[in-house]
Design a protein around this ligand. Structure first.
Ligand SMILES: [Zn+2]
Length: 172
């Protein structure tokens, strides 16, 4: 499972632009920001709205185009073997409680049918290009809700790494 964040235009929630993008119906002239993504053909299996509402765009038995050039534990092309979930939000910012709850519910349901080795961020499988969902996403919170081991939710910050980060000057 690869977790992403998306909002269109960035930082605006609740419109229909995400659905339009993932169904190839976005009007590229509707907002100046869309010029920068004009022609983009992408999809994700699921979107979770700020309210926690779950939308599905692609069957989990089919490939969605969410990860791009990517690699996880030595395997290229994560799109070939992963489910992509987009959280409505802004990269680096926080996500809503309802989104964590829905994501955990979704993961539990998927795990009954599919083998889910790991839940990671787009930033972890394409670190040179992508930074979503970013530092505002709380991996510990997700792992706690799931009660899954750290091999399956590997980016939970431990007390030690949190302290190390706090002591390090922030690069930005
Ligand atoms: Zn992404």
């Amino acid at each position: 499972m690869v977790v992403h964040s998306i909002s269109l235009p960035p930082g605006e929630y609740g419109g229909d632009a995400i659905e339009r993008l993932f169904t190839n119906q976005l009007d590229w002239d509707a907002h100046p920001y869309y010029q920068s993504i004009r022609g983009l053909e992408v999809s994700a299996h699921f979107v979770i709205r700020r309210s926690g509402k779950l939308l599905q765009f692609v069957s989990c038995d089919r490939r969605a185009w969410h990860a791009g050039a990517s690699q996880w534990r030595g395997r290229d092309n994560c799109n070939d073997y992963s489910i992509g979930v987009e959280l409505e939000g802004l990269e680096g910012e926080r996500f809503d409680a309802a989104q964590y709850e829905q994501l955990a519910t979704l993961l539990r349901a998927l795990a009954r049918r599919y083998r889910i080795d790991a839940v990671v961020g787009h930033e972890h499988v394409a670190p040179a290009r992508k930074h979503d969902p970013g530092r505002g996403f709380d991996w510990s919170r997700l792992a706690g809700a799931l009660r899954w081991s750290c091999t399956r939710v590997p980016f939970v910050a431990t007390a030690t790494t949190r302290a190390a980060k706090a002591n390090r000057p922030q690069a930005q």
